[in-house]
Design a protein around this ligand. Sequence first.
Ligand code: ADP
Ligand code: MG
Length: 251
Amino acid sequence: MIALDQISKSYDGVSRIIDNLSLEVLEGEILMVLGSSGCGKSTVLKMINRLIEPTEGRIFLDGKDIQHQDPIALRRSIGYVTQGIGLFPHLSIRENVSMVPRLLGWPEARINNRCRDLLELVHLSPEIHADRFPDELSGGQQQRVAVARALAADPAYLLMDEPFGALDAITRDSLQQEFLDLKQQLNKTIIFVTHDIVEAVTLGDRIAILHEGRLEQIGTSAEILENPATEFVQNLFAKSVKYWKDFKTIL
Ligand SMILES: Nc1ncnc2c1ncn2[C@@H]1O[C@H](COP(=O)(O)OP(=O)(O)O)[C@@H](O)[C@H]1O
Ligand SMILES: [Mg+2]
C-alpha cells in the first residue's frame, strides 16, 4: 500500500503546489490521478520516489516511512514511467530495459532472459527490436519499451506519468487495451497520472481528482459520477457530457 499523509509542497514558502494531500493506494489497485496541466500530478509521483521532497507530511510504502529509506534503493524498487517517453536515445532497447537489473547487479544471463520476456510481454519482438535504438521505433513501440523498462526488476509499485499522453488516439486506444490485459497478469499497485477523463474512467479502479494541488475527490468512477463532492468535480464531469454514454457503457 502507498499512503500519503497530509503532504504539502511549496517552493517559495508561500504558495503550495500540493496542499495537504492525503490518500491511500490499496494493494493491487490502479489509482488514476486526474487533473489538468500544472495541478501537481507529476510532483506527487516525484515525491513518492523521492525525486522531490515534500515540505510537510509523510509518505509510507508498505507502512514504512520513505523518509527513512535510501532514496536510490527506493527508486530502484519502484517502477517509474516518466512523462514523455524518456528512453535514453544513445542506448539500445535492450540496454534501456536492462538498466535497473544491471544496477542491481544481476548476472548477464538473467538480464538477457528478463529483457526477452519483458519485450514479449509488451508485444515487441526481441529478435527485431532489442538491438535497435529508440529513434528506430514508433512512438507506440517506444512507449511499450518504457513500460517494459519500468517493470524490469519486478517492482511491487508502478508510477506512470501520462504514459500515453503523447500518442495519437488510435495508438493510445490500443495501448490502453493492452494495459488492461497487462494489469490482469501483473499484480502491481499502480498510480497512473492522466489529464484525460475517459482514460481515467477506462483504466482506473479508483480516481483521485486533483485541482490546484488539492484533492477534490477520490472514489470509483461510479461513486464520483453519482455523487460529485465539489462543484469542480461536477463541472469536470458535466463538461465531458458528450462521453456520458460511453461512461454508462463502461460502468
Ligand atoms: N522546481 C520548481 N519550482 C517552482 N515551481 C515548480 C517547480 N517544479 C514544478 N513547479 C510548478 O508546480 C506546479 C505543478 O507542476 P507539475 O506537478 O509538473 O504539474 P502537472 O504534472 O500536473 O502538470 C506547476 O505550476 C509548476 O510550474
Ligand atoms: Mg506532469
